[in-house]
Design a protein around this ligand. Structure first.
Ligand SMILES: [Zn+2]
Length: 397
């Protein structure tokens, strides 16, 4: 096991230690409708001077109710806006605020960026952290990982944290206030687990890896079966099950699978796109598109018929629930060839997870895949056709 860890250590900061450590799950998860008030007693067990980290929008929406609830527990709260993103400038200023307040627990409330910022501040200050997601757009409330972005939203690197959050409070009433598109994005991010974990785990026979990959398959099937019904009935039982799938089960898979169940091309493509897309679309939307790119690569380069069939299945599913199928759906219909190339080059950087694919990917192949995610399956000369015509056709649509 140590050897395998070493062999992948250049790919990510998560494997930078030679010790085999797993950060499987939050110490406690409280889940239900209107549970926030009851759950604050658990927060009080972790500390009495919380610093609340959230985005502006979250503060405007929840400040009143949150403040009342927390002060009811005799907690001395301070709050701070994470600013534009989980970026180094925000982290620095939040650590300063935390020290000034003598914070003894950090509470992250909001979407993925608020979670990532709160977790990383807590990690760096060695304080306990509570995550309270207000959308189901990612599993960031669960995981021991934070993504750091530039101030303009470009993905820079991820940081492996020493543990999962000390407390996760999943209150369906909060999740219900988020726009529907955030759950759609969460479905995209969660379903990627199967397409990426099944590739990155290769033929590993380790018990926990096999278990994680099987959970990813279960997660995919739950999402394929229940997402459409869930989106039609926010707050319903089936909706809660899909929220559990995106916020909780997706986190379980990352926790159980650890370093060998990591992201592959779908997230690498997402990372590349953040350098040209800025804030036009959210994480799970880009990842969902990235899955199609990954399958397209497997199809074009390996001649993988299963990947071809999966892509067609996902295209139908995406159409049904409103996930993006192509660059145009991400607001990138008018990008130039050089922007496309920039995104592809970043996705192919030497330390990128795209290199977990079992074959080499050339720049032109990736660019071709990125503009042909909706292509019909496939006659033999697709690659050359796309290379000579496809880029200009699709990019200018
Ligand atoms: Zn993700």
């Amino acid at each position: 096991m140590a050897n395998q860890l070493f062999s992948t250590r250049t790919l990510s900061t998560q494997t930078s230690s030679s010790l085999f450590t797993l950060t499987v799950a939050p110490a406690k998860v409280i889940r239900g409708s209107d549970v926030l008030e009851a759950a604050t007693a658990e927060i009080a067990r972790l500390g009495s001077r919380p610093l609340i980290v959230a985005g502006k929008h979250t503060f405007t929406t929840f400040q009143q109710s949150l403040q009342t609830i927390l002060e009811g527990q005799q907690l001395h709260i301070a709050q701070a806006d994470y600013g534009v993103d989980c970026c180094e400038a925000s982290l620095k200023s939040l650590k300063k605020t935390a020290k000034e307040h003598k914070a003894d627990v950090i509470i992250g409330i909001g979407g993925g960026k608020a979670m990532d910022t709160a977790k990383l501040v807590a990690h760096q200050l060695q304080l306990p952290v509570v995550t309270i997601p207000t959308s189901a757009a990612t599993c960031a409330a669960w995981t021991a990982l934070s993504n750091v972005y530039s101030e303009t939203g470009a993905f820079l690197y991820d940081v492996a944290l020493s543990r999962c959050p000390d407390l996760l409070i999943l209150d369906y009433e909060l999740i219900k206030t988020a726009p529907q598109s955030t759950l759609v994005a969460g479905i995209g991010d969660a379903i990627a687990k199967w397409y990426e974990a099944s590739v990155s785990s290769g033929h590993l026979q380790q018990t926990l890896i096999i278990a994680a990959v099987q959970q990813a398959r279960v997660l995919r099937d739950i999402l394929l079966q229940k997402s459409a019904a869930a989106l039609k009935a926010p707050g319903s039982e089936v909706w809660q099950e899909v929220v559990d799938a995106t916020v909780l089960l997706a986190g379980v898979i990352g926790g159980l699978g650890g370093a060998q169940c990591r992201t592959v091309a779908a997230h690498a493509v997402h990372n590349g796109l953040t350098h040209i897309a800025k804030h036009g679309s959210i994480h799970g939307e880009k990842v969902a598109y990235g899955i199609l790119v990954q399958l397209r690569l497997e199809e074009m380069i390996q001649g993988n018929q299963l990947a071809a069939a999966s892509r067609q299945q996902l295209l139908k599913f995406y159409a049904e629930i409103g996930l993006p199928q192509k660059l145009g759906d991400l607001g990138l219909g008018n990008i130039t060839l050089s922007e496309l190339q920039t995104a592809a080059e970043i996705a192919l950087a030497p330390n990128s997870d795209i290199h977990r694919l079992p074959f080499k990917v050339a720049l032109e192949q990736l660019m071709a895949a990125m503009v042909s995610t909706t292509a019909p399956t496939d006659c033999r000369d697709t690659t050359s056709r796309v290379l000579t015509r496809g880029i200009s056709d699709e990019v200018e649509e």
